[in-house]
Ligand binder design. Structure first.
Ligand code: FAD
Length: 466
């Protein structure tokens, strides 16, 4: 069989690059193509006037040893920087004021973030019966049932908007927060589960997401995807896959458009590391129902606004990770990261960098408004919440019309149907943020797992041929 590479990965975001890197480490010939002019997908770090800002993710969580292992293999462990100690403080807006989220039981008892009624409601949590196994609740239903409405409004809903830019009433608990679901199923209570689960994680050398360190790199998140692309070697940009089909000898042909020409690339295995709607286009011909399921995965639109201010023009000390804005506060931003407080070296001494997110499920049309309008909203809100005065030194708006896949009710069933595309075309694999978690760390983990499955498939194929 005449093949161009053992494996062809379509999509050079973190999912595709992590898959390709792991395959290459296992000695498997792999090439990556991407439609965009540079690898990295939504990860992109920029420098302007001495300020380092991110267009996409600002940091990710160190949830397991596999992360440092990969950074070590890439030779960029020394570039990793962890969020400053002050970043353990996170603010929530209540009544237009920033209030620090309590991180200890005494702080919880004293915080003005929750009413006395909401605090007392928490005492009942260990006695609330678990939901029937295999039931699917929304995140909001689950939280209201176990912890009460106020806890949803002022803790979980803003957190969900901060992570998914999503709506807690639409997101599926087992799909979006499988660990919370498992905690209830296993221990019958979140509070009991937190205590007992911590012991088990310690044994596995894993960290809970609420204590795992947030990290980035000295030169920003793009350090990671640039290093992966360099290590993989064969990453070709401005090449759009437009079709995938099985050849009579069992290989897979991918139609690729590049500079106005169309060519075919043959591989023994193909990984689709592209967003769900793109994957749908590529599998529709041989797996129509899988394509319908992929098309049905909604994405939230987000605009990220990086604003640099003179330190003296912002009243708030910015002594934390950032601020999340609950929906019930009826403001126009989802939240803002205090990027220059999180990581050293993001801005000159007399300058601060704020990264503000607008849109999401709360305001889906806002991110497509002109950049000046989005910038003006961010400026107004930062003025009201943080006391940011006057015009920022600069403001960079990035529109993400399809930023983050939403694991809404029915998501796990949609994924099962989407996976039928893999059965319909042996040698085809799906790996992207609509499956296995949306964070950068989750995508790294999914990429490694996919690479192992692909390697097993190739191993079995070559044994069959022998
Ligand atoms: C604004 C924003 C902020 C975020 N903040 C955080 C954060 O703080 N922490 C965190 O952990 N996560 C964050 N995330 C989530 C995380 O960054 C993403 O889930 C993850 O990077 C997605 O990676 P991916 O490789 O699956 O997809 P993508 O990055 O979307 O990559 C897919 C690639 O496929 C390519 N492609 C598409 N179609 C084709 C085709 N037909 N042929 C060839 N190539 C194609 C695209 O050009 C793209 O490069 C954020 C995301 C966004 C958008």
């Amino acid at each position: 069989m005449n093949i161009d590479s053992e494996v062809l990965v379509i999509g050079a975001g973190i999912s595709g690059l992590a898959t390709a890197f792991r395959l290459a480490r296992r000695g498997i010939g792999v090439a990556v193509i991407d439609a965009a002019p540079r690898p990295g997908g939504v990860i992109g770090s920029e420098r302007r006037d001495g300020v380092l800002y991110e267009r996409g993710p600002n940091s990710t969580l160190d949830t397991g040893p596999f992360i440092n292992e990969m950074l070590g293999e890439l030779g960029i462990l020394g570039e990793r920087i962890d969020a400053s100690a002050i970043s353990s403080r996170r603010f929530i807006v209540r009544g237009g004021r920033l209030i620090a989220l309590p991180t200890s039981p005494p702080a919880f008892l004293g915080t003005p973030l929750f009413s006395l009624g909401a605090k007392l409601r928490l005492v009942r949590e260990p006695f609330i019966a678990r939901a029937p196994a295999n039931s699917e609740e929304s995140v909001a239903q689950f939280v209201v049932r176990r912890l009460g409405r106020e806890f949803l409004d002022y803790a979980i809903e803003p957190f969900v908007a901060g992570v998914y830019a999503g709506d807690a009433a639409r997101l599926s608990l087992p799909a979006a927060f499988p660990r919370l679901n498992a905690l209830e199923q296993r221990y019958g209570s979140l509070i009991k589960g937190q205590v007992l689960g911590a012991r088990e994680r310690a044994k596995r050398a894993e960290r809970s997401r609420n204590v795992a360190a947030s990290f980035s790199f000295r030169e920003g998140m793009q350090t990671l995807t640039d290093a992966l692309a360099r290590a993989v070697g064969r990453v070709e940009t401005e090449r759009r896959a437009t079709g995938v089909r099985r050849l009579s000898d069992g290989a897979i042909a991918v139609t690729v458009e590049h500079a106005g020409a169309t060519t075919a690339r043959r591989a023994r295995a193909v990984v689709l590391a592209v967003p769900a709607d793109r994957a749908a286009e590529l599998v529709r011909e041989f797996a129509a129902d899988a394509a319908r399921a992929l098309d049905a995965i909604p994405y939230a639109a987000v605009a990220s606004v990086a604003s640099a201010y003179r330190r003296s023009d912002v009243e708030h000390p910015l002594d934390g990770f950032g601020v999340l804005v609950p929906k019930v506060e009826k403001r126009r931003i989802l939240g803002s990261l205090f990027s220059s407080s999180m990581f050293d070296g993001r801005a000159p001494r007399d300058t601060v960098l704020l990264t503000t997110f607008v849109g999401g499920d709360r305001d889906p049309h806002l991110p497509s408004r002109p950049a000046e309008e989005v910038a003006a909203i961010a400026r107004e809100e930062l003025g009201a919440l943080l006391g940011a005065r006057g015009a920022p030194l600069f403001c960079a708006v990035t529109h993400w019309p399809r930023a983050i896949p939403q694991y809404v009710l029915g998501h796990l069933d949609r994924i099962r149907r989407a996976e039928q595309a893999q059965a319909a075309l042996p040698g085809l694999f799906l790996c992207a943020s609509y499956r296995g978690g949306i964070s950068v760390g989750d995508c790294m983990r999914s990429g490694c797992q996919t690479a192992d499955v692909v390697a097993d498939f190739l191993g079995a194929r070559s044994r069959d041929r022998d």
